[in-house]
Design a protein around this ligand. Structure first.
Ligand code: PGA
Length: 316
């Protein structure tokens, strides 16, 4: 690319193009980006071409059916995010000065947090009807990648990385329990031991999941190798497998709904359980949180513990 001043660059590319580029990276492809922005795919492709011309280098490379960012694309993306975030913050600060909380809250949560995150968001949005929410649910490993890429405002997970580059705070208990079918021989037994568990078949979350990490930590501490019968990438699928008699599992109690034990599944009375994990919320250090993200953080600090309580108006 010829050396050019930022004013020249501004003449060659537009914020709209950066917004379209951002949507492609976020959604993973041109079609979904077009849908999310209510544009046609040819418009999206044309704007990307113009952006590439403006930058003077390709932003994407196409390998078979897959589209990847080039090295230039990655650099442009990091700056595009900063520019769009600054614009979004400006919009929210102005609204805040007018006494309104508006804008988009971009929240990413681990799979297991989906049992309560929508509840927290529901209560928050009731108070701030002008707020829109983009919620991403994925496993811990993918969440850490998004955190490193600074894609979202806030992240919720069970065990934040031990790093100076991030700031996380606990806001809600997340007890881990051993879940079995009510028909399991250990269901209803008192004082089940780790050795008893060693004799059981386990249904495990996939590697990369926080629940899996906690389970492996537990067994490593006990010096036990669990018998893994099956690996599944979803808590709901694991509950079905437990019910079908395929094994038992260590899961967040929140996966059993707001009332804890429910229906056909039982929580085993195992020594050392529940493991007292916690839910944390946080972001990259140095990130400038938007007005809405700050308000949500404050909401979790003040009301996080009450999220799992049934609402007074909920049906009995
Ligand atoms: P997971 O994470 O949903 O990826 O298992 C749970 C956690 O972080 O506690």
């Amino acid at each position: 690319m010829d050396a050019m001043t930022s004013t020249q660059l501004l003449r060659r590319i537009s914020l709209r193009q950066l917004q379209i580029f951002d949507a492609i990276v976020r959604t993973g492809n041109f079609t979904r980006a077009a849908e999310s922005l209510f544009l046609t795919q040819p418009t999206v492709s044309m704007q990307v071409r113009k952006l590439e011309e403006g930058i003077g280098m390709p932003l994407f490379e196409h390998v078979g059916k897959h589209t990847h960012l080039t090295d230039t694309g990655r650099v442009v993306y990091a700056h595009a995010r900063e520019a769009l975030e600054a614009l979004n913050n400006l919009h929210m600060e102005i609204a805040d000065l007018k006494g309104l909380k508006t804008g988009t809250l971009r929240l990413a949560v681990v799979t297991t947090a989906k049992y309560f995150a929508p509840r927290a968001l529901g209560r928050f949005c009731e108070r701030h009807p002008g707020v829109e929410v983009a919620l991403k649910v994925t496993n811990r490993e993918r969440l850490l990648e998004r955190l490193a890429e600074n894609i979202d405002d806030l992240y919720v997970m069970g065990h934040p990385p031990d790093s100076h580059d991030v700031i996380f705070e606990p806001y809600l208990d997340n007890p881990l329990v051993v879940v079995a079918s009510r028909r399991h021989p250990l269901a209803g037994c008192r004082g089940v031991t780790a050795r008893d568990l060693a004799g059981c078949s386990f249904v495990m979350r996939e590697p990369g999941s926080g629940t899996r990490m906690a389970t492996e930590n537990y067994f490593a501490e006990q010096g036990i190798r669990p018998r893994i019968r099956m690996e599944l990438g979803s808590n709901e699928a694991i509950k079905q497998a437990i019910d079908a008699g395929l094994g038992i599992s260590i899961l967040s109690r929140h996966t059993l709904g707001f009332d804890g034990e429910s229906g056909r599944l039982a929580i085993l009375d195992v020594e050392g359980f529940p493991i007292p994990w916690q839910w944390y919320v946080g972001h990259a250090r140095g990130k400038r949180l938007s007005v809405v993200a700050r308000a949500f953080l404050e909401f979790l600090r003040n009301e996080g513990e009450r999220i799992m309580e049934p609402r007074p108006d909920a049906a009995a």
